[in-house]
Ligand binder design. Structure first.
Ligand SMILES: CC1=C(CCC(=O)O)c2cc3nc(cc4[nH]c(cc5[nH]c(cc1n2)c(C)c5CCC(=O)O)c(CCC(=O)O)c4C)C(CCC(=O)O)=C3C
Ligand SMILES: [Fe+2]
Length: 401
């Protein structure tokens, strides 16, 4: 092994963890309602302790209600779990995959109890979230920190996590295919509208977050070297990598915009909102847009509502051609890339990683296995922070010194 892993913490100075013979994989996700009666209880779970007013919950409930009260996210995670199991088996690896959510059944607390009851003691977590910010990284680490504490499994079950994987070819490459196809679609819409030379803009879009969350993401010393926050910079790196792989996009303008803002109107969140941006593009002479949902790994409700319903409607009103590319979902390249990611961390019987080296297809990668002290730290209303796993300053889920 070429890296110097600290024998006590198990990680080196770059936050890479030594490979281990993990005996289970935990696919961690957001969770979603599966019927009309689930919608409000689900939304109360999501917003617990954050004081989101009931009017906002009712507003968001409509997104789910118009889809029968069902979020597509659980079915998508069942499909992803099955695809991961198949890919793991096809490589001759023998490690079971479990699934647990933050906001709906199967709840992660129940899942780790099931994992422990099955005799497993070391778990590698993979979340359905590729970037660095509180909602997409630290909150998953807290979910496990809290779950270990609440279930009494602290010190009995060890849980690590794979690095954030925005930069991996498995995540980036399916978007190249999507961009190519969506460009064809928009070009043909413009041709049908007798505007074959109309200007096309490539609109990369992700979930907006409070600017305070964006500013707290990632190592401070790295952030200080960038001209934007780490969350935005990771998305820009992904956008560049996608564009570089799609010759038919050469010469087209592109931008990064945000969707699904919530919270109090007075709190600053990352901008511009996609709908405001679309209106500006129309004014400046753009004829059509390709929407690239690079913030997400599956076509869940935030994609179906905020992009396929609202942003699409905005384009129809403005007279802009519109096509949205798919998220990676269960694309074979994505699934195989995720198993590569797990294999960086799974040890052979000789203690070497099943897969040597770390592949990265975008700037800023490969990311840390273990977060820096106070990365994305969130102080709760009562002044405390939640226990976390997989950080240099974790108090839970690490072996005792
Ligand atoms: C960065 C990010 C991701 C991407 C990373 C990841 O994938 O984890 C993400 C994903 C998702 N967000 C989702 C749904 C919601 N997010 C909310 C609220 C919020 N999201 C935030 C950020 C993010 N969110 C933030 C800063 C808030 C406000 C504070 C809070 O309340 O935490 C609310 C509350 C109501 C509202 O005010 O909108 C809902 C219902 C679903 C499920 C979709 C489905 O059901 O198919 C998914 C995958
Ligand atoms: Fe969200």
């Amino acid at each position: 092994m070429s890296q110097a892993f600290d024998p006590r913490t198990g990680y080196d100075e770059k936050g890479r963890m030594a490979p281990k013979a993990y005996d289970a994989i935990l696919l961690a996700s957001f969770g979603g309602p599966e019927g009309q009666d689930d919608v409000i209880p689900f939304l109360r779970n999501v917003t617990a302790g954050r004081g989101i007013p009931d009017e906002r919950l009712e507003e968001v409930a409509v997104h789910y209600r118009t889809n029968g009260g069902v979020s597509p996210i659980n079915a998508q995670n069942r499909a992803l779990k099955a695809a991961l199991e198949a890919e793991i088996a096809s490589r001759g690896l023998e490690v079971p995959v479990y699934w647990g959510n933050r906001n709906w059944a199967p709840y992660v607390n129940d899942t780790i109890e099931e994992i422990y009851a099955a005799g497993h003691r070391t778990v590698l977590m993979l979340s359905t979230s590729a970037y660095s910010c509180y909602s997409s990284c630290r909150q998953y680490r807290e979910d496990l920190g809290v779950a270990l504490r609440e279930t009494g499994l602290e010190g009995k079950l060890e849980v690590d996590k794979v690095r954030q994987y925005f930069d991996t070819p498995g995540f980036v490459n399916p978007f190249m295919e999507g961009l190519e196809n969506s460009l064809r679609q928009v070009r043909s819409q413009l041709a049908d509208a007798s505007n074959p030379d109309g200007e096309i803009k490539i609109v990369f879009v992700t979930h907006s977050i409070p600017t305070t969350d964006a500013d707290a993401a990632g190592p401070r010393d790295l952030a200080a070297t960038l001209d934007t926050d780490i969350y935005s910079a990771q998305h820009l790196a992904v956008a560049q990598a996608i564009l570089a792989g799609v010759p038919s996009a050469a010469g087209l303008e592109h931008c990064l915009v945000f969707q699904s803002r919530s919270g109090a109107p007075g709190t600053p969140w990352l901008e511009p909102d996609i709908n405001d941006a679309l209106a500006k593009y129309k004014e400046s002479g753009v004829a059509g847009v390709v929407v690239m949902p690079i913030g997400f790994v599956s076509d869940h409700m935030e994609v179906l509502w905020d992009l396929d319903t609202e942003a699409k409607e905005t384009c129809a009103e403005l007279g802009l051609a519109f096509h949205r590319a798919p998220t990676p979902g269960t694309h074979t390249t994505f699934v195989s890339g995720l198993v590569d990611l797990l294999s960086e961390r799974l040890a052979t019987s000789e203690g070497e990683a099943v897969k040597e080296g770390r592949v990265s297809a975008a700037k800023l990668g490969p990311w840390f296995d273990v977060c820096r002290p106070n990365c994305c730290v969130k102080v709760m209303r009562d002044g405390t922070t939640k226990p976390t796993i997989a950080a240099v300053d974790s108090t839970v889920g690490v072996p005792a010194p």
